[in-house]
Design a protein around this ligand. Structure first.
Ligand code: GNR
Ligand code: NI
Length: 165
């Protein structure tokens, strides 16, 4: 088990597109386990491999209160199954301390591989739907701040830069 370093906005590597996993082997299982460690330590509800500088399509999540419902999504795909969006106040471990409302499709079907490499599908609404879309965005090199006005985004970028200085 190991905790990995989380890249923070505006790190250029957060903009890279992640490649599909070709085989769910020991290396991927190790990555998944390290990502769960990293997410727990950072008290996040989701983490995409892109955030720990691994450009492969791997996501871990746990949106449960008790933090005892681990979810793994490898090579995830989503399909919007009902029109309509919900606003949700989003945060991101790569944009620490900032929360802003983002609109996303409210009802989606997720298809992915699990930690054993088996295909599964899952219907998602509410926070699950929001979170999987937020994580898939990371795999595409997108961040929630991209949905904000350029002014808000720039303010966040400058404040983070100042905090780190
Ligand atoms: O911990 C997180 N909380 C969160 C809250 C609202 C919408 C999305 C998220 S995901 C975030 C962890 C993270 O940065 N995942 O990429
Ligand atoms: Ni995030």
């Amino acid at each position: 088990m190991a905790r990995l370093n989380i890249l923070e906005y505006p790190h250029p590597r957060l903009r890279l597109k992640a490649a599909p996993v070709t085989q769910v082997d020991e290396r991927i299982v190790q990555l998944v386990d390290d990502m769960f460690d990293t997410m727990a330590e950072a008290q996040g509800i989701g983490l995409a491999a892109s955030q720990v500088d691994v450009q492969e399509r791997v996501i871990v999540m746990d949106i449960s209160e008790q933090r005892n419902e681990p979810r793994v999504y490898i090579n995830p795909e989503i399909e919007v199954i009902e029109p309509g969006t919900i606003p949700y106040e989003e945060g991101c471990l790569s944009v620490p301390g900032f929360y802003e409302a983002v609109d996303r499709p409210a009802h989606v079907m997720i298809r992915a591989l699990d930690r054993d490499g088996n295909a599964f599908e899952e219907e998602a609404t509410g926070l699950l739907a929001v979170c999987i879309q937020h994580e898939i965005d990371h795999l595409e090199g997108r961040l929630f701040v991209d949905y904000l006005s350029p002014l808000k985004r720039d303010r966040i970028r400058k404040k983070l830069k100042k905090q780190r200085a």
